[in-house]
Ligand binder design. Structure first.
Ligand code: ATP
Length: 259
């Protein structure tokens, strides 16, 4: 993967500008500072390696060199999208789920709120952040890390992880990251109007992991704050349990209860 192969692979997409880095701290940090300068909608920062990639609340997202797809989209929401800001995480996850199903026959699911799983193992994570101007959102940064090759999977993780190469060795043992990125971005552009319409939660709901099963919602310190059966995703992206109408993102983690 390099700027030339990426530019060629992405040439038919309605992208803003593109920045490629061999090595970076975090693509989200770069896109956030780029957004502060005022960039074009659907611009993208891509890196071959992240030194300080982040998950939620400053947790580390590992991106060793030559291993993964790590990118951040800079998005300028229109007025209707602004009303549905909490759904951008679901939009990113669905773009990946659509791509994996359509092009690679992989049945991916979304572990609420921000992870994509295949066979119950974490393949990708999404982190949405924003630049604010007073109390108004100036732009959104949607970061995604996808484990492509085997060497992207960290040893010590709290939740079991996998890579595309482990899932489909024939397709993913060769250079494929530029193509995969173009497919994800195409799916993203196709799905984006449903966020504006306000019906994206229906697709998110259909692709939810652990639906109908008993889960625990943990706080950061591991304390269980809710327990119940997952019923679905509400229109605002919050999670509905049979014991609680709406769990919001915050710093909570979902864990299936094995019965
Ligand atoms: P959890 O996975 O515990 O439910 P989370 O969804 O909030 O929490 P994130 O904050 O999105 O997780 O991601 C950070 C966590 O993901 C890290 O704490 C680490 O355990 C795990 N992780 C880091 N890098 C990777 C990777 N490349 N692949 C899979 N998991 C990773």
């Amino acid at each position: 993967m390099n700027k030339k192969t990426l530019t060629a692979a992405l040439k038919n997409l309605p992208l803003g500008r593109l920045r490629y880095y061999e090595k970076i701290g975090s693509t989200n940090d770069m896109a956030l500072s780029w957004g502060n300068e005022g960039e074009r909608d659907f611009s993208i920062v891509i890196a071959n390696e992240q030194l300080t990639g982040r998950g939620r609340n400053g947790r580390i997202w590992q991106t060793p060199p030559d291993s993964a797809l790590a990118f951040s989209l800079l998005l300028i929401p229109n007025i209707r999208e602004e009303k549905n800001i909490s759904l951008f995480t679901g939009l990113g996850a669905l773009a990946l789920v659509d791509t994996l199903r359509q092009h690679y026959a992989l049945d991916a699911k979304i572990k609420w709120p921000n992870d994509v799983l295949v066979n119950g193992e974490k393949l990708a994570g999404i982190l949405v952040e924003a630049n604010w101007q007073g109390d108004k959102i100036k732009n959104i940064v949607l970061g995604m890390g996808v484990n492509v090759y085997k060497n992207s999977v960290p040893n010590n993780v709290l939740f079991p992880a996998t890579s595309l190469e482990e899932l489909k060795p024939d397709k993913f043992s060769k250079p494929i990251r530029s193509l995969l990125l173009s497919q994800i971005l195409e799916s993203f552009a196709k799905r984006r109007p449903s966020l504006e319409r306000g019906d994206l939660h229906n697709a998110w709901d259909k692709n939810l992991a652990f639906k109908g099963t008993q889960v625990q919602i943990h706080a950061r310190d591991g304390q269980v704050i809710q327990e119940g059966k997952i019923l679905g995703v509400n229109q605002d992206g919050s999670l509905r349990l049979d014991t609680h109408p709406a769990i919001y993102f915050g710093d909570v983690h979902l864990r299936p209860i094995k019965v």
